[in-house]
Design a protein around this ligand. Structure first.
Ligand SMILES: Cc1cc2nc3c(=O)[nH]c(=O)nc-3n(C[C@H](O)[C@H](O)[C@H](O)COP(=O)(O)OP(=O)(O)OC[C@H]3O[C@@H](n4cnc5c(N)ncnc54)[C@H](O)[C@@H]3O)c2cc1C
Length: 373
């Protein structure tokens, strides 16, 4: 039918998939039938098979933003978007102190003009054993409230959600159709989905503790020593349902797939954080939850890229699953347009709005190409 809407299938319901679907649903230049397909949906906050529930989730300066212009742009856009969302209550304005063992010169920091109210701490405000500190205001969100909010916004705009485990891209062929677009926001799942098989993806294990601590109103971060897998941070987060919570971290363990809880590690995290914020040991502070999550690391950094993939898939190993039988698969040769958006490592929330905008631009370019043919 000539007037039928083009379909947009978003594979993945983490912060990236949801934000991309949100921008596509709201943009008046495009009109898609949008379906979000995922093994984990925002109600699955206890599943360790996805990363988004485990994020801090604050906007915190990272080294990659300083050396990669594209990532810097995503992070700037996301900071500004989240800052503007503070009045909604979904985003917290977060006063932050960053302590370092070396001297610090603010003029060297790539993010100095981005965060708010940046200033050097007076030496008397820098605790032992640190040498210097910087204070600034940034933002945090609470995945437990933020992801369901994104989902409810999408549902109210007619977006369909389907829980499904996808083994190979061919399975989405009929849903995407001949002129639709597939956004692949499947994070670490892209290692194993046949047709993507990105072996440069790897997990970065993160263990944290969720506390209820009304005394904590500031985010505290200690600069990570080169090679250390034990960052120390305290991130207070917003929460209408559950106010005054904070995430204590943590670990940063590349290529470690172990999602089991390590109590000795938890002890170390708690003690390091309590040394910075003694109120954690007071009677009004309680431990709510121990978390272990896997950040979706990728050797070359995040992948946001368009690819046309021929179906049925061909494999040099000749081991492709042939659901439906080889003959019917061969009868329906076609290709699908895929926009990949995965591998956001330790910073998927703080890159989400900027990266989603870039994905939307790629979509729009394809839509106008189609109309100009
Ligand atoms: C301890 C910890 C602390 C963090 N702190 C922060 C922070 O402070 N700030 C920040 O910005 N980021 C932080 N992060 C990183 C952030 O959580 C991730 O970068 C982000 O959640 C990645 O989002 P995503 O949408 O790409 O992937 P995910 O959240 O992993 O979602 C992937 C989606 O794809 C689906 N999927 C995967 N494979 C398949 C398949 N085969 N079939 C169907 N569906 C599939 C999953 O079910 C899920 O819906 C932290 C992460 C951890 C673990």
């Amino acid at each position: 039918m000539a007037n039928e809407k083009q379909s947009l299938v978003v594979l993945g319901a983490g912060v990236l998939g949801l934000t991309i679907a949100y921008l596509a649903a709201l943009d008046s230049d495009v009109s898609f039938n949008i379906t979000v397909i995922a093994r984990e949906l925002p109600e699955d906050m206890d599943s360790q098979a996805w990363a988004s529930p485990y994020a801090g989730a604050n906007w915190s300066p990272m080294e990659l933003g300083g050396r990669d212009k594209r990532v810097k742009k995503w992070e700037e856009k996301t900071f500004n978007k989240l800052w503007d969302m503070i009045p909604t209550g979904l985003v917290k304005r977060l006063p932050t102190r960053f302590y370092t063992a070396q001297g610090q010169d603010i003029s060297d920091l790539w993010w100095k003009d981005l965060v708010q109210n940046i200033r050097m701490l007076a030496p008397s405000d820098v605790p032992e054993p640190f040498k210097a500190g910087v204070a600034f205001d940034t933002v945090s969100v609470n995945p437990v409230e933020y992801l369901p909010w994104l989902q409810s916004e999408l549902i109210s705009r007619g977006v369909t959600f389907e829980r499904r485990y996808v083994r190979k891209l061919d399975e989405l062929k009929s849903l995407v159709g001949t002129d639709g677009i597939l956004v692949n926001a499947s994070s670490l799942g892209s290692r194993s989905i046949i047709g993507v098989e990105d072996t440069t993806l790897y997990p970065i294990r993160g263990q944290t503790i969720l506390v209820h601590a009304p005394g904590l109103q500031e985010c505290l971060i200690v600069e990570l020593e080169t090679g250390s897998e034990e960052p120390t941070y305290i991130i207070p987060r917003p929460g209408k349902g559950q106010p005054d919570t904070a995430i204590l971290g943590g670990t940063f363990q590349p290529r470690n797939w172990d999602t089991s809880l390590d109590m000795q590690t938890a002890r170390g995290i708690f003690d390091r954080c309590a040394a910075l914020a003694p109120c954690l040991r007071s009677a009004e502070s309680t431990i709510l939850k121990h978390n272990v999550g896997l950040r979706p690391g990728r050797e070359e950094g995040p992948r946001v890229e368009l690819e046309r993939i021929a179906l049925p898939l061909h494999s040099t190993y000749d081991l492709i699953l042939r659901n439906g039988g080889p003959t019917s698969e061969r009868d329906h040769e076609q290709s699908i347009l895929v926009i990949h958006a995965y591998g956001f490592g330790p910073a998927g929330f703080q890159r989400s709005w900027g990266a989603a905008e870039e994905v939307l631009e790629l979509m729009k370019a394809q839509v106008s190409l189609k109309h100009n043919i």
